[in-house]
Design a protein around this ligand. Structure first.
Ligand code: 5GP
Length: 209
């Protein structure tokens, strides 16, 4: 029986270098109706990053105007230098169409979403260990030692929020992490609390088999 319902809002956080982007990309590839929200940011593109694909790259002026027009579901001044925000329209439209939407955002953004969308499912991607995370940050090779140290500090701070999430996935094997994400999504969709329409239809006197 087809279940008519809104999509699931999935919030994925985890420290830089933990591999959340790889997991989310694999999820989308395997589940074509699942959508990834593209955030807006004022930070400069890294080599290989494409406007409209990885982020919508904005000037500070443009970003502030978007805030004033209430165009963000949530936004954040991360590392006190750059703005990051989730454009509202895309997410709301896709959820209405019944598509699941992934937000890959920081812990503060996740806490804001929890307040405004209590139905959202929050997943934290953790490294197998802090030393492994440090090697992965160094392995990226795109940043200076100071920037890596700073990211490690921020990462450690973000890890303090793990217990505020609904699910915790350790990313030691990408395939396993993706499968766990899919299991979480399926289980969430089967929750009685999300099945009001189905329950009403089944108990609503329609005896068709
Ligand atoms: P990066 O600059 O490495 O792409 O991202 C830095 C941090 O900003 C990451 O933790 C990332 O998850 C977070 N981030 C990216 N987009 C958003 C967003 O729209 N909102 C919030 N709150 N954080 C975001």
């Amino acid at each position: 029986m087809k279940q008519n319902r809104k999509g699931l809002l999935l919030v994925v956080s985890g420290p830089a270098g933990v591999g959340k982007g790889t997991i989310d990309t694999a999820l989308i590839e395997r589940n074509p109706t699942m959508k990834m929200s593209v955030s807006a940011t004022t930070r400069k593109p890294r080599p290989g990053e494409i406007d409209g694909v990885h982020y919508f790259f904005k000037s500070e002026d443009e970003f502030v105007k978007m805030i004033e027009r209430d165009e963000f579901l949530e936004y954040m001044h991360v590392f006190s230098t750059n703005y990051y925000g989730t454009p509202r329209a895309f997410v709301e439209e896709e959820l209405e169409l019944g598509h699941d939407v992934i937000l890959e955002i920081d812990v503060m953004g996740a806490m804001k979403i929890r307040e405004s969308y209590p139905d959202a499912v929050l997943v934290f991607i953790a490294p197998p260990s802090m030393s492994e995370l440090k090697s992965r940050l160094i392995g990226r090779g795109t940043e200076t030692i100071e920037a890596i140290e700073k990211r490690y500090e921020v990462a450690f701070g973000e890890m303090q929020y793990m217990d505020k999430y609904d699910y915790l996935i350790v990313n030691n094997l990408v395939d396993l992490a993706v499968r766990r994400m899919e299991c979480i999504i399926e289980a969430e969709k089967c929750k009685v609390a999300r099945s009001e329409a189905l329950i009403n239809r089944l108990l609503g006197g329609n005896s068709e088999l």
